[in-house]
Write a protein that binds this ligand. Structure first.
Ligand SMILES: N[C@@H](CCC[C@H](N)C(=O)O)C(=O)O
Length: 275
């Protein structure tokens, strides 16, 4: 008879923001449990639970909670806007509050409830090549790649391409090709943005470490910043992604992102990756 798997009994939540889906593990009261192996196991849509990102909640000295993020290939991510909004919604519900402060690898992020929606301030964009990071000093407003994307860091790297027709883009082929371009030493997320009006953008995304997703919060922020930097859009825009609509507002204190969240179900693991 085999020994019981060490992950047997681990509780998790399944959430999503605009179809960008997450497993969320609340480890505020104990040791951190997530490893790259557990992330890959849980991220497997056939043999695990399935997610775009995994978020682990940890205690925080400088905020109400600390968040760590993993992609479904087991890699770490410094930011995840939609998971941040989901975790904020969960904790505001538990605490009976309508605002809180979360810490992530990139620092303190404020979140607020706005009626049925959740807003998070994703901070000021990084525009310096070394901060994004890029592998060498280049013009971040027009990278030396076909299509001249704009490079923006939101705590994670993004390459934003402006296109005539977002529906016509082969996101999988073009996204995968750019993700591991040598210009990005830590790889990159890739966005394809069509400007519909100064206050409306259509965006499709290829996420580093995950692939095509229905939404990417940090990618939506990066796209809004890139569109304003290029002179194509106002600082406040509505953005249609494959999973619905977000509002982005680049203010003096950072890029605020507002949209829906959903807590779909809770579960308990019976098995996991072998120890
Ligand atoms: N879906 C996310 C971004 C997740 C991280 C990304 N794939 C990375 O590796 O940087 C979001 O909502 O921001």
């Amino acid at each position: 008879m085999s020994a019981q798997n060490p992950y047997h009994g681990l509780a998790f939540m399944k959430m999503h923001g605009l179809g960008n889906d997450f497993v969320v593990i609340d480890s505020r009261d104990g040791d951190a449990v997530v490893t790259p192996e557990l992330a890959r196991f849980l991220g497997d849509r056939n043999r695990g639970v399935g997610f775009d990102q995994l978020a682990e909640l940890r205690p925080s000295d400088e905020g109400d909670v600390h968040l760590d993020f993993w992609n479904s290939d087991g890699s770490r991510a410094g930011a995840c806007g939609n998971a941040t909004r989901c975790a904020a919604s969960y904790l505001m519900g538990l605490n009976g509050t309508d605002h809180l402060v979360l810490t992530t690898a990139r620092g303190r992020l404020s979140a607020r409830r706005e009626g049925d929606l959740i807003s998070v301030n994703m901070g000021q964009p990084q525009r310096d090549w070394a901060e994004i990071p890029l592998s060498r000093p280049v013009d971040t407003d027009a990278l030396p790649l076909p299509g001249s994307p704009v490079a923006v860091g939101m705590g994670n790297p993004h390459a934003v391409f402006f296109v005539e027709d977002a529906e016509a883009v082969d996101v999988a082929a073009r996204g995968a090709a750019v993700e591991h371009d040598p210009l990005f030493p830590e790889a990159t997320n890739v966005e394809f943005a069509e400007i519909r009006a100064r206050d409306e953008i259509r965006m499709r995304v290829w996420e580093r470490g995950t692939g095509i997703t229905l939404a990417c919060g940090s990618g939506a922020c990066a796209t809004a910043v890139a569109a304003h930097v290029r002179g194509l859009a106002d600082r406040r825009v509505r953005m249609e992604v494959d999973g619905g609509w977000l509002t982005l507002d680049w203010r003096d204190d950072g890029v605020w992102m507002t949209g829906p969240t959903a807590h779909v179900f809770d579960g308990v693991l019976r098995t996991g990756p072998s120890a």
